[in-house]
Design a protein around this ligand. Structure first.
Ligand code: ADP
Ligand code: ADP
Length: 229
C-alpha cells in the first residue's frame, strides 16, 4: 500500500519563482526512493506537497492511484509518517511523545515500539519513565534519542508511507549509523521517500533521484549514479 506517483508536477510558492519544473517519479508500494540534491533544490517541498500543504500549479500527485486533490489533509496525515531532521518533542513524557503516533495505543504497544526503536530504557523505569517529562527541567534527550522517539512514534503509527526528511543529517557519524540502522528496519516493506543531501546515505534505495534547481538532473540506482559520475 501507499504507492506514490508524481506526474509532471509544476509548483511555485511565488508565481514569479518556479520551484519544481515538471517532476515525474513513482515510489512503488513498499519500495524506497531517495531524493538527493543541493540545499534549495526543492526536496522538502516534495514532502510538503504530498501532505497537501500547498496546491500544485499543474500535473498531479497520487497515492494508491487516487489524485490527492480528492483526499483530505487529515486522511493524508493518517497514512504518512514523517521523521524530520530535528524532532521537536512535546514537553511531556517519552511515552506521551511516542503515543502521539497512535493516541489509542495501550502501554504495552507503546513499550514495544520503544523497544524496537531502542529507547525503552526511558520508559522501562516504570513508573518514572512514564512520569518524567522531556524538557528544560526534565529528561534531556540527545539528538539521536529524539530521533529514536520519532522512530518509535512511527513504529506505533505504522503508516503505509514513510518520509525521512534528512532524518540523520544533524547527527554525528556514529549516531548517524545507529539511527540509519533503525530507520532501515522501519522502512522495510513500507513505501518510503527519503530526502537527503548526500548520495552516500541512500545506498540501499531502489531508485535515487538527483534534484537540481527543481528538475531531475539524474536518476538511477546508487551504482548507476556512481558509474555516471
Ligand atoms: P531543499 O529541501 O532541497 O533544501 P526546499 O524544498 O526546502 O529545498 O526549498 C526549495 C526552494 O523553495 C528554496 O529556494 C526555498 O527558499 C524556497 N521555499 C521553501 N519554502 C518556501 C516558502 N514557504 N515560501 C517561499 N519559498 C519557499
Ligand atoms: P501528524 O498529525 O500526521 O502526526 P503533524 O503535522 O501534526 O502530523 O505533525 C507532524 C509531526 O510533527 C508529528 O508526527 C510530530 O512528531 C511533530 N509535531 C507536531 N506538532 C508538534 C508539537 N507542537 N510539538 C512537538 N512535535 C510536534
Amino acid at each position: 500500500r501507499g504507492a506514490i506517483s508524481f506526474k509532471d508536477v509544476h509548483f511555485a510558492y511565488d508565481p514569479a519563482r518556479p520551484i519544481l519544473n515538471g517532476i515525474s517519479f513513482d515510489v512503488p508500494a513498499g519500495k524506497t526512493v531517495a531524493v538527493v540534491g543541493p540545499s534549495g533544490a526543492g526536496k522538502s517541498t516534495l514532502s510538503r506537497l504530498l501532505y497537501r500543504f500547498y496546491d500544485i500549479q499543474s500535473g498531479s500527485i497520487s497515492v494508491d492511484g487516487q489524485d490527492i486533490r480528492n483526499v483530505t489533509q487529515k486522511s493524508l496525515r493518517a497514512v504518512i509518517g514523517m521523521v524530520p531532521q530535528d524532532t521537536v518533542l512535546f514537553n511531556d513524557t517519552v511515552a506521551y511523545n511516542i503515543r502521539y503516533g497512535k493516541p489509542a495505543a495501550n502501554d504495552t504497544e507503546v513499550k514495544t515500539a520503544a523497544e524496537i526503536a531502542q529507547i525503552a530504557h526511558f520508559i522501562d523505569m516504570l513508573p518514572e519513565g512514564f512520569d518524567t517529562k522531556v524538557g528544560e527541567r526534565g529528561l534531556k534527550l540527545s539528538g539521536g534519542e529524539k530521533q529514536r522517539v520519532a522512530i518509535a512514534r512511527t513504529v506505533l503509527k505504522a503508516p503505509p508511507i514513510l518520509i525521512l526528511d534528512e532524518a540523520t543529517s544533524a547527527l554525528d557519524t556514529t549516531t548517524e549509523r545507529e539511527i540509519q540502522a533503525a530507520l532501515d528496519v522501519v522502512s522495510q516493506d513500507r513505501t518510503t521517500l527519503v530526502i537527503a543531501h548526500r548520495l552516500s546515505t541512500v545506498i540501499g534505495a531502489d531508485e535515487i533521484i538527483v534534484l537540481k534547481s527543481g528538475e531531475i538532473a539524474e536518476r538511477g540506482t546508487h551504482s548507476d549514479l556512481l558509474q555516471k559520475n
